[in-house]
Design a protein around this ligand. Structure first.
Ligand SMILES: [Zn+2]
Length: 220
């Protein structure tokens, strides 16, 4: 079967009641057209006092493209709900599928006869684990047909990309930003002119706290 928003919501409510003792607050659900992951918990990560991270703005994303058995779909939702439980309670795990995650996962498997794993999530897991804070030099390009592209420049190549991306056929505008948002860790850094097509709204959301670089690549 393929997930629908109604199904996700129904299952979220069911598992919130049976497994999480109604402790999880409602959150937005989204269907993704990505084929690279089954489920993903999106969130904003903010560095607070003493460098301690705060997590908020959660969104539960499930692939709306992948054909899954019902039990795999359910397990995927529960898997993301464990992430949600840990992060919304601001618990500090040893890694994205660390000790707390594994303990909860094993408990749920035993008590509820589930088959939750972390292994079939490697792409998603890799992305999540990679929440290290680092600088990203981002070029957002607009095409004449309305599409939006993103390039994360390798620092040593930024000067060249700054000059060359505007010359790519179809590109009508380039905006550069500096961001430390770990969301951008998922994009491969470009040493050559490579533009990945991106969802404009999603991109803008993650660029909200980015620093625009209008006057060349002088990194503040
Ligand atoms: Zn995970």
């Amino acid at each position: 079967m393929v997930a629908t928003l109604d199904y996700i919501e129904r299952k979220f409510n069911e598992f919130n009641h049976t497994i999480f003792e109604d402790s999880l607050k409602p959150l937005p659900f989204k269907l993704s057209c990505a084929r690279s992951f089954l489920g993903q918990l999106r969130y904003r990560r903010r560095r607070g006092f003493w460098g301690k991270c705060k997590y908020d703005n959660f969104q539960l994303v499930i692939s709306g493209r992948k054909e899954m058995s019902e039990s795999l779909l359910e397990d995927t939702i529960i898997h993301e709900m464990i992430h949600y439980y840990i992060l919304s309670n601001q618990l500090l795990d040893t890694s994205s599928h660390g000790k707390i995650f594994r303990k909860m996962m094993n408990d749920i498997n035993t008590r509820f006869g589930r088959n939750l794993t972390i292994s079939h999530k490697s792409t998603e897991a890799e992305r999540e684990q990679d929440c290290e804070i680092r600088n990203h030099l981002i070029c957002v390009s607009s095409f004449d047909d309305g599409r939006t592209g993103i390039t994360i420049a390798a620092k040593t190549r930024a000067g060249i990309l700054w000059k060359e991306i505007p010359k790519v056929p179809g590109v009508v505008e380039c905006r550069w930003f500096l961001s430390r948002n770990p969301y951008f860790n998922r994009f491969r850094r470009s040493r050559s002119i490579k533009i990945y097509l991106a969802d404009k709204a999603e991109l803008e959301r993650h660029l909200e706290d980015a620093v625009p670089l209008p006057d060349g690549l002088k990194i503040p």
